[in-house]
Design a protein around this ligand. Structure first.
Ligand SMILES: *Cc1c(COP(=O)(O)O)cnc(C)c1O
Length: 427
């Protein structure tokens, strides 16, 4: 049995059918923006390995930080113990994130960060004497992860809620904010989505703990960019109805959308924020949930006071060390300049697609470039074409998109854009 045959027969891949597995490349090595396959061919990783690999694969500063930590202490439990990697990462996070978010909960992955955020919201409400507030409001076509509570606030259609009916918590959904980023804000609450949110909060706030959403950019749910004024207005409504505002910044965090966070597009701050993906520059799984003193102290002064969560690998020192190195690189490499250049190059490179017959829309924001087609795109076909174009792309739904590593050269971005134009013509 070849290694690939073993893989096909025994290893489950994300969102795949084990009986009819899709085509899979065997990657031998990864460096910078490139993947080297077992046959020696090289592909640009235009996905940044699902949006995390900001500073390139095998970044020497990040790998060195992991090596150094590996020699000292790969792991130690966080119960009753602490360590410098956790403290030093915490200091860096506080210097970057919205100032009111002073309390950090480290965890293993994005989905867990969302679970923790939702649990914090429910426990906070319980602590302040609102034990009936256990539901959430969210925006349609959102994505928050694959664990149960996170899944309950993913889009009901693309999240296949019908399949898990009975096992999933029932939540309240509002339409995605109709005013797009870059358009003029419409002051009419019936047209800007605010009436709908207000209605739900008015009718159900006694059972609602929080409003969870992806700020400005809905990622997996459709690569949709919306007007940040929606978030300013949502903040007011949340305050009025005693509902916590939770920003899932797992995709938008660390410069991806051209500002440091989705929150940076607004003039408000959320009560809770989830960070993940690019946190370690894509070198090791890690995430965190941050909150303000109101929520943290609310939980702390309530009954039982302790927050009921504590993963085995909480604050893993290797991951903390990788994250600190990645955050330093963000600043050293001037992420704002990097994403501004990416935005310019992607806009220029993808512009011709607007004229293509089967293309519905072309949009670019910071380091995100999207060609939205009129029809669903076959990811397996796109996969097969990667070897021809030299660019690894993995479209979903109607979107052919890229989130390139920030370190991509002009030449890399031209190649990515040309590959996307090619897919938009042939798929
Ligand atoms: C990827 C993603 C998650 C889930 O993170 P995992 O690390 O895959 O569990 C949650 N929310 C958003 C917005 C994401 O993009």
């Amino acid at each position: 049995m070849t290694p690939l045959e073993f893989d096909q027969q025994h290893l489950w891949h994300p969102y795949t059918n084990v009986v009819k597995p899709g085509p899979t490349f065997r990657v031998a090595e990864a460096e910078g923006a490139h993947l080297t396959l077992d046959d020696g061919s090289k592909l640009i990783d235009a996905m940044s390995s699902w949006w995390c690999m900001l500073h390139g694969h095998r970044n020497p500063k990040i790998t060195q930080a992991i090596h150094n930590q590996l020699d000292v202490m790969p792991h130690v439990m966080f119960g009753g113990l602490t360590h410098d990697p956790a403290i030093e990462l915490g200091q860096r996070l506080l210097s970057l994130t919205p100032p009111s978010l002073q309390r950090i909960f480290y965890c293993d992955s994005g989905s867990v960060a969302v679970e923790v955020a939702m649990k914090m919201a429910v426990q906070y409400q319980h602590s302040i004497g609102q034990p009936d507030r256990s539901q959430f409001v969210t925006i349609r076509s959102g994505y928050h992860g694959d664990t149960w509570k996170a899944m309950s606030v993913c889009d009901p259609v693309t999240g296949m809620h019908h399949l898990f009916k009975g096992a999933l918590s029932v939540q309240h959904f509002v339409s995605r904010p109709p005013v797009k980023l870059g358009e003029d804000w419409i002051d009419d609450p019936d047209k800007n989505g605010i009436s709908e949110l207000q209605q739900i909060l008015e009718n159900h706030h006694r059972s609602i703990a929080g409003f969870i959403l992806e700020p400005v950019v809905q990622g997996t749910g459709g690569m949709y960019f919306y007007h940040p004024e929606y978030l300013n207005q949502a903040r007011k409504l949340c305050d009025e109805f005693g509902v916590l505002l939770i920003f899932d910044e797992i995709a938008t965090g660390f410069g991806r959308a051209g500002k440091l966070f989705g929150t940076s597009f607004t003039n408000i701050e959320p009560d809770i924020i989830c960070l993940g993906k690019a946190l370690t520059g894509g070198h090791i799984s890690f995430a965190c949930t941050m909150t303000n003193d109101r929520v943290a102290n609310g939980i702390g002064h309530g009954e039982p006071g302790i927050f009921m969560h504590g993963p085995t690998y909480m604050a893993n020192p290797l991951a903390c060390a990788a994250a600190s190195a990645a955050l330093d690189l963000l600043i050293e490499n001037d992420w704002a300049a990097q994403t501004a250049i990416l935005e310019k190059r992607l806009s220029k490179g993808l512009a011709p697609a607007a004229q293509f017959a089967k293309v519905a829309d072309v949009r670019v924001l910071g380091g995100i470039g999207v060609i939205e087609m009129n029809h669903r795109v076959c990811a397996d076909q796109a996969h097969t074409l990667s070897k021809e174009t030299g660019v690894y792309l993995r479209p979903f739904g109607k979107n052919i998109y890229t989130m390139p590593p920030f370190i991509c050269t002009d030449e890399d971005v031209v190649k990515i854009c040309n590959a996307m134009l090619h897919l938009a013509q042939v798929l």
